[in-house]
Ligand binder design. Structure first.
Ligand code: MRU
Length: 354
């Protein structure tokens, strides 16, 4: 199945699919330096936790290529403000930090190389992060697949799809695999106000893949869950913490509570790169606040009175008690078992059969 790529590296430039323009226009932003990538992350041209991690790694590669240094140690020094700039673009998803930490470790380990050799290695690492992400998501899909019984109905929120990752998506990976296997199912995609990632992106990519997708206003979800016509809900996450709490697109919490009330399983697809064991509870996750304009306008058309105040929290936290299981590339786990994830031998013993 052809997979939409949200970002590509070509001829030592980064091309970002401009997701602000989807689904009407498929166009790429050409980036020659890390600042252009940072701006594309901030303005949501590229978004989704794994995709902004990949973009940050590629931005580090661009920055290093643009630097004139005689020693590799100078390269590291000069990259420090670049790391900071990228980490500051969006605070909630831990993937940017994760990607930057991985690049830092690689650079520090290879300071004995010439600047040219090190720059090549940095670029290769960024491309490796992208390739690995696609493989990880396919594995998440394999662990999600048992949930897809013939003629089932699944609901999702925001876009945790191919567009938000290196390929396959996290919440959507099971959908792509179920489609490959010829399983019949349908997807309810919540439109996801204020930026409409569900309507513009999830509905777009699933429809392109020939998956039966139905769009619904966010406030319709509860009524459908109550009717008992949804078999399970699956969403992505920007940061999952030690106690199993998850941060995801604003509105995820509402959906999770509705699932509990209606006894519908609520799954979270989480690559281990979005797990942050340094944070104990969801209350400590920084929540991004965005411009009120995203709420008072829809695609530059004003829908609220000029000058009215608006709240635009980009994410919310869903306490672990509402999460049926967290599905990673290592398997599915109870949220309370996430605290063992550092010890992979142990965590695999705790794997659930979905
Ligand atoms: O603001 P966005 O569009 O970056 O928010 C994206 C989400 O909330 C996704 O569900 C999350 O990043 C997981 S993507 C696999």
């Amino acid at each position: 199945m052809p997979m939409l790529l949200s970002i590509k590296w070509e001829n030592d430039r980064v091309y970002i699919l401009d997701q602000r323009k989807l689904p009407q226009e498929i166009g790429f932003i050409e980036c020659d330096d890390h600042e252009e990538v940072a701006k594309a992350i901030e303005n949501l041209s590229i978004r989704g936790a794994p995709a902004i991690g990949i973009a940050s790694a590629m931005a580090v590669a661009l920055a290093s290529m643009n630097m004139n240094v005689s020693k590799s140690s100078q390269l590291y020094e000069k990259l420090i403000p670049v790391f900071r700039r990228l980490i500051d673009t969006r605070p909630t998803a831990v993937n940017i930090k994760w990607a930057i930490e991985r690049m830092k470790r690689l650079i520090k380990k290879n300071l004995h190389l010439s600047p040219y050799e090190l720059k090549t290695l940095i670029k290769e690492e960024a491309l490796k992060i992208q390739r690995e992400d696609m493989e990880i998501n396919r594995k998440i899909g394999e662990f999600t697949l048992p949930l897809f019984k013939n003629n089932c109905t699944v609901m999702t929120y925001c876009n945790a799809g191919a567009l938000a990752t290196g390929g396959y998506g996290t919440a959507t990976a099971g959908m792509y695999l179920a489609k490959e296997k010829g399983i019949k199912f349908r997807v309810f995609a919540c439109e996801t106000r204020p930026v409409l990632q569900g309507a513009r992106l999830t509905a777009f990519e699933l429809k392109e893949a020939g998956i039966d997708v139905t769009l619904l206003p966010d406030n319709t979800a509860g009524a459908l869950l109550r009717k008992g016509i949804v078999d399970f809900v699956i969403v992505g996450t920007d940061r999952t913490v030690k106690n199993g709490d998850v941060a995801n697109k604003i509105g995820t919490y509402t959906l999770a509570v509705l699932c509990k009330e209606n006894k519908i399983p609520f799954y979270v697809a989480a690559p281990t790169s979005s797990i942050d064991l340094k944070i104990k509870s969801g209350d400590e996750i920084p929540i991004e606040e965005r411009d009120a304009e995203e709420v008072t306008t829809i695609r530059n058309i004003r829908i609220a009175p000029e000058g009215v105040k608006a709240i635009n929290m980009a994410f919310d936290v869903t306490p672990s008690k509402y999460v049926t299981a967290i599905i990673t590339e290592k398997g599915a786990f109870l949220p309370k078992h996430i605290k063992y994830i550092k010890n992979l031998d142990k965590i695999e013993n705790l794997r659930l059969n979905l």
